[in-house]
Design a protein. Structure first.
Length: 270
């Protein structure tokens, strides 16, 4: 299951169906621990605030999972829509934002977003679907729902950054981080590398999270690496690199990787 996630296969199977996410679908409580541990210094949010500001704008969080990031956007956005294909996570996300009047959570996929053309200003997708070659249908669909001048921001793990990237590459020896970056560059994105820290309150939390992210053998090596560098009782930290890929939808001239017409490019779904 861990291989499917890291290779982006939770996007679509060959017959067009959604492939299960191997972590949050099956281990939602552990994934909640992971979300809380990630980016404790807010480095990704600082990049997003600079490159795709959402204050006063209409935001789509695509592949929102159980809605963990929705409240952050809802604090200043005009409206926030979370889209998620897995019904149990849709229900969890709705419960999480039940007190927020400017947030909705809808069932849908990256290839078929249940929104009208040109209806949002910012699309945020974090470690979901957009992992490089093969995600073109989702890119076309985000172009459809974005207004001219709107921004798509894709956040994914940086497999070239140590040590987390090394563990990823051990599980996926054929994964080529440079090829993924080249794909996004060809499609008109600029890339921002972001160094972050994950911080766990206990060894048990650290071990639980790494065991849903990696194969058993790699998880054990990763746990050992972290423990060798965290010899105190003040929590456990892991350096983790991310890539934030960003592009704007053109307001006039068509840029590389963009479709000239956004109203007719939504892929046909079964």
């Amino acid at each position: 299951m861990w291989q499917a996630a890291r290779r982006g296969l939770k996007a679509l199977s060959r017959d067009g169906g959604v492939v299960p996410s191997p972590n949050i679908w099956y281990y939602p409580d552990t994934y909640e621990l992971e979300n809380r541990a990630q980016d404790v210094d807010g480095e990704i949010w600082r990049v997003l605030d600079r490159e795709s500001p959402w204050a006063g704008r209409d935001v789509l969080d695509l592949g929102c999972g159980d809605g963990f990031h929705l409240p952050k956007f809802a604090g200043t956005a005009r409206s926030v829509i979370g889209v998620e294909p897995h019904e149990p996570l849709v229900h969890k996300a709705r419960r999480r934002v039940s007190g927020s009047g400017n947030v909705r959570v809808l069932t849908g996929s990256a290839q078929r977003v249940p929104l009208p053309d040109a209806s949002v200003d910012v699309v945020h997708a974090r470690t979901a679907y957009f992992f490089g070659p093969g995600c073109e249908p989702g890119l076309r669909e985000t172009d459809r729902v974005l207004r001219p001048g709107g921004v798509l921001a894709i956040v994914d793990l940086d497999a070239a950054a140590e040590p987390y990237g090394r563990w990823m590459r051990e599980d996926l020896p054929h994964y080529d981080p440079r090829a993924v970056e080249d794909f996004f560059e060809r499609n008109g994105f600029r890339c921002h590398r972001v160094a972050t820290r994950w911080r766990f309150e206990s060894r048990a939390e650290l071990e639980a999270v790494l065991k849903i992210e990696f194969s058993p053998a790699v998880a054990q090596r990763a746990i050992g690496d972290v423990l060798r560098h965290n010899g105190n009782d003040d929590g456990y930290t892991v350096p983790v690199g991310y890539r934030v890929h960003v592009r704007e939808k053109p307001t006039g001239l068509v840029l590389p990787g963009h479709s000239a017409s956004s109203s007719s490019i939504s892929p046909r779904m079964p």
